[in-house]
Write a protein of this length. Sequence first.
Length: 201
Amino acid sequence: MKNDLEELFGSKERWRLIKLFILNDKKKYTSRDIIKRNKMDGRKARSIITQLVRAKFIKETVKQGKKYYTVNKDFPFFAGLKQLVVKSNVYPQCASLGKIKNLGNVKLGLVTGVFLDNPGSKADLLIVGDHISNAKMKHLLEDLEIELGREVNYSLMDLAEFKYRVNMFDKFILEFFEGPHEMVVNKVQNEIRLLKRIKKI
């Protein structure tokens, strides 16, 4: 007989659903919601959902004839899985983040918020650069939202605006660096040093 952890792991699709429920632990989903949000094959998704219910990782409830699924926070490995999910949300584990470098002349790519379980952050992703491709940015966000299982709030600005905000000690910028964050791209070392020196980040 398989144990609960063996029921949980086994495929990219399974891990994607685990992340969906971990990162959205207050939400309920129908199987249709799950399939649409993760762009998965319906048959495969339903099979994994059944296995996760059997492993007691998610709970199934029925309301007005419709089945809803939510994460079971009493699952013995919930806290450990949450730590794994957070660690997997940074580059290179989160492969889609590597695409930030190809958006244009990117000077800074920083993640926080949903990536690092920092719900107080006003945005999840900060990108600073010039000549950023709107099409590539759209594809990046789509890939990240599939990988994370939820919407990604982002802020995009050119280098001149970023430097101006740093010199003004703009609160929005400071909040990114005062809280948990990871830098995927950093070509603005002088500005980062200034922020660290003044605010002792």
